[in-house]
Ligand binder design. Sequence first.
Ligand SMILES: Cc1cc2nc3c(=O)[nH]c(=O)nc-3n(C[C@H](O)[C@H](O)[C@H](O)COP(=O)(O)OP(=O)(O)OC[C@H]3O[C@@H](n4cnc5c(N)ncnc54)[C@H](O)[C@@H]3O)c2cc1C
Length: 284
Amino acid sequence: MADFTIEYPGTLAEALSFLDPDDPSVRPVGGGTALMLMMKSQMFHPTRLVCLSRLSEPMTGCREDGDHIRIGAMTTLSQVEHSALIAAEFPVIHNAMKNLANVRVRNVATIGGNLAHGDPHLDLPPIWAALGAEAIIHGPSGQRSVKVEDLFQGYYETDVADGELITEIRVPRLPGWRATYRKVTTRALHDWPAIGLTLAARFDGDRIADIRLVLSAAVDIPQRLRGAEEVLRGHRPDAMLLARAGDSAAAEAPMEHDSRGSVDYKVHLLKVHILRGMNEIGKG
Ligand SMILES: Cc1cc2nc3c(=O)[nH]c(=O)nc-3n(C[C@H](O)[C@H](O)[C@H](O)COP(=O)(O)OP(=O)(O)OC[C@H]3O[C@@H](n4cnc5c(N)ncnc54)[C@H](O)[C@@H]3O)c2cc1C
């Protein structure tokens, strides 16, 4: 392995100064769980790593801020898993942690690294997208925010430029919404899913007032299934309507076959889990 340097900046400004907008071999390190695997497998050869673990800015923790919950980018997945605030506000996130990797990974991996990695198989990004969360990004020209739904540009590609850092995720409180994440694995539960499906909905009586469906794992980027949402919005989710939504979702999702299943198999899973997911959140 070629030599590289590791920097431990003390402030956000210093961290940004160590990054290089023109050099993708200079990378920030959150927990390092994905980065180290890419380095070990020779997929990534850094020239400089910028470790974010010693920043003086409060980039860890989950806190309330009016009608939003803010989560610092350096908050570990375990901290989110054990946060009473997250369990109360977003039980779907709390529940997803039970089958996400293992405790050793969750103790180290960070919310920011998880989002910036851009791997479409990851469990949390599609859930953040369905919850309407936004990523707060700092770079040489200041701060901007991007909806998580719009953050992913392609397979392992995100809107976060070289030279920029995700500093926080901001999630709107969603009173009256119910959500579930269905991680459909073909072997062990903590495995990479054949499909991931997040359903988040608000009901008005027995009708779906609003809904967001996000498909992941079988597609290059977490994808809203807007056609299926349109089929469901405003209606009572009976078996016929859910079957129509499943057909619409299958038609709009460009799924790919891989070691976890054929396209036909994944289409079948998608339809089944739209039905099961809606039954789950419909019961309240
Ligand atoms: C054994 C194992 C099992 C796993 N199983 C699962 C699973 O079941 N489900 C699942 O969802 N995931 C799983 N993962 C993936 C895991 O969730 C990711 O590796 C982890 O979330 C990445 O976070 P990190 O902080 O370690 O990122 P890092 O490895 O530090 O960084 C990943 C990428 O993000 C960049 N980056 C890091 N922080 C920032 C930031 N603040 N701003 C901008 N860019 C940044 C890095 O430069 C790098 O490109 C597994 C990983 C392992 C090793």
